[in-house]
Design a protein around this ligand. Structure first.
Ligand code: AGP
Length: 616
């Protein structure tokens, strides 16, 4: 997510803002910029890359002294990470500077409207439209920046935190938020705006949390909050008792815990703007012609680790919806097995970082065989999407912890959208079917939230099993890749032996591993989906229980059959079969995280691992 900082007061704004951006670096970004008001003019400096690039520019091209300023670190969504796409964006008349965090869903319409009246836009971003709209409203409101902001916000759709300064009104910074965070730091003769408190807690620990659809105007001695219609709002003041390091994690002890908690928002953001009001798919951003999709004879997923598990989950859905065969290939194996791919193959490369060398080399091989390539990626402008024919980004925001969590859920969501799009384009799905599934997906953030509210039993269980030498994971159908993912989390975080199996495979060897006290986590399919899957896994549970296993069942609310055979039951919401991975995975993430914590290990940076494996 982007980092946002605004300041007005007695200090040098540039110093306060740049220091604040440094505090927000953990959020991940690919460009940075600042703007200040000095002597009735706007001074703006911005650069692609890390803050050091901006600071080098500021050294060679210094800003004037000023006590009013805004700053931004950008995590690219619309428009690559370049100088011209970096924020702040300035209105054509040079009057207003704006910074933005989020996605303005109706930006294309607004861009067209601005171009139609002769405005020249200078970037590829959605954010820039806000600068031009604000300057037009400033004229209409006779320079009333808060009112101009309210009028603009009423026209925007999507998720946004906006900050703006007007060269004609120094000592004023105006902010607004919808579906994106904005907090106020309340100082003595100075005030701050930021995407999170980490940016200003070295100056003040008194803060205001803004609510949905609110506009805030800060001057050195006042903070005025209204709703988008101009009605005054009493914002709640709170005291920040986190230290700076904890503030970077949003108050969580670990980035992984923060990112597990961000999963409902990550799923919602990855759906945002892709489902129309009429509940139809809108994937214009994918640049593969529908006629090409109609000719696809097979889909090949190439990925590594967690991303490969997401591909395995997607296989069940895409084959069910489109009747197109889906092969899921470990990228590191793909190009060495002389794969059969060609112009009628759609190769989907799934990668959070977009830089995994195994996946990149597999992608290049697929392209050399003439295949159409599509990336599912969380990092805009990274190598894998750049080298793919098309890309569907997951908007999970930066994933800092090495162990992938929110990326996994959003990779599944993105792959499902592609599967539904294939079904829609090829006519293998009825519109009402697609609509129903889109509604199910749209309800998943709420369901994941429900799981997050009930994680204490999972944590307690992890602490109880802290000395276990190994844990086995069983699943069937889409629960099988979930079992693999649960095992991977435990391996990479707690450094313990863990193995995931297709439950039906037990009797073909792995059951020899079962003896007294062996913990076995079972991802239980919904009894409402395919009853046979549920019945079969109940048999598997009895087989391992009879041999002394300690059975931990991940089972949906209302599934009482499991109670007779499980030593522990972790309940998840009852959801449609293909949606279960989005809720069943969360307890397994928490289990592994807690196990590693109980073992005193470095959860966010486990030994021997890198967040992005850029070597083969
Ligand atoms: C998962 O927790 C690991 N971090 C690892 O398996 C990761 O998923 C894999 O290296 C792929 O990374 P990517 O998604 O950035 O390509």
């Amino acid at each position: 997510m982007c980092g946002i900082v605004g300041y007005v007061g007695q200090k040098q704004a540039l110093e306060v803002v740049v220091a604040g951006l440094r505090r927000l670096e953990y959020r991940g970004y690919d460009s940075a910029g600042v703007a200040v008001i000095a002597d009735g003019t706007l001074a703006v400096r911005k650069r692609a890359g890390k803050l050091v690039n901006l600071e080098t520019l500021l050294g060679s091209d210094p800003m004037p002294d000023s006590t009013t300023g805004i700053g931004h670190t950008r995590w690219a969504t619309h428009g690559g990470p370049t100088d011209r796409n970096a924020h702040p964006h300035v209105s054509e008349d040079g009057r207003v500077a704006v910074i933005h965090n989020g996605i303005i869903e109706n930006f294309a319409l607004l861009r067209a409207e601005l171009e139609a009246i002769g405005v020249t836009l200078s970037s590829d971003t959605d954010s820039e439209v806000a600068a031009h709209l604000l300057s037009a409203e400033l004229v209409r409101t006779d320079g009333d920046l808060p009112e101009a902001m309210r009028r603009v916000c009423r026209r925007l759709e999507g998720a946004f935190t906006l900050l703006a300064i007007d060269r004609a009104t120094p000592d004023l910074v105006v902010g607004a938020r919808r579906n994106s965070p904005l907090v106020v730091g309340v100082g003595d003769g100075e005030n701050f705006l930021a995407s999170d408190v980490a940016a200003f807690i070295e100056h003040t620990r008194e803060a205001l949390e803004l609510g949905q659809d609110q506009v805030v105007a800060i001057t050195p001695d006042a903070v005025v909050v209204t709703d988008f219609d101009g009605q005054p709002v009493d914002a709640t003041v709170f005291h920040v008792d986190w230290d700076a390091s904890a503030a970077e994690k949003g108050g969580y002890d670990l980035f992984m815990l923060k990112e597990i908690a961000e999963q409902p928002k990550a799923v919602a953001d990855s759906l945002r703007g892709r489902i129309t009001a009429g509940h139809r798919l809108q994937l214009d951003e994918m640049r593969i012609d529908e006629s090409v999709l109609r000719e696809v004879s097979k889909v090949v997923v190439i990925a590594c680790g967690t991303a490969a598990h997401a591909g395995m989950v997607a296989k069940y859905a895409i084959e069910h919806w489109t009747r197109i065969p889906v092969e899921v290939e470990l990228a590191s194996e793909f190009r060495y097995r002389d794969p059969i791919v060609g112009p009628d193959s759609l190769v989907i490369a799934i990668s959070q970082s977009g830089e995994t060398m195994d996946t990149l080399m597999a992608l290049r091989h697929a392209k050399s065989q003439g295949a159409r390539t599509l990336a599912i990626c969380n990092t805009v402008g990274s190598t894998i999407p750049r080298e793919s024919d098309a890309v569907l980004y997951t908007y999970a925001g930066p994933e800092v912890a090495v162990a992938s969590t929110k990326a996994f859920l959003t990779q599944i969501v993105a792959a499902y959208l592609i599967g539904l799009y294939l079904g829609q384009v090829r006519g293998t799905m009825f519109e009402d079917e697609i609509r129903r599934i889109l509604d199910e997906l749209a309800d998943m953030p709420r369901r994941v939230d429900l799981v997050l509210d009930t994680t204490e039993p999972v944590r307690a269980l992890a602490r109880e099993l802290v000395a276990a030498p190994s844990v086995l994971f069983l699943g069937r159908h889409v629960g099988y890749p979930v079992a693999l993912e649960g095992a991977l989390k435990l391996k990479e975080l707690a450094y313990m032996h863990a193995e995931g199996f297709a439950a039906g495979e037990l009797k073909h060897g792995p059951i020899a591993l079962i003896e007294d006290g062996v913990p076995v986590v079972v991802v239980v399919p919904s009894p409402r989906g395919r009853a046979v899957l549920h019945d079969k896994i109940m048999s598997n549970v009895q087989e391992v229980r009879a041999r002394g296993a300690v059975v931990i069942a991940i089972a949906e609310e209302g599934d009482e059959a499991v109670a007779a055979f499980a030593d522990h039951i972790i309940r998840i919401p009852a959801v449609p079969t293909l949606m279960q991975p989005l809720v069943a995975t969360v307890p397994l993430q928490v289990f592994a995280c807690e196990m590693a914590t109980a073992r005193g290990l470095d959860v966010d940076q486990p030994r021997n691992l890198a967040k992005s494996v850029t070597v083969e």
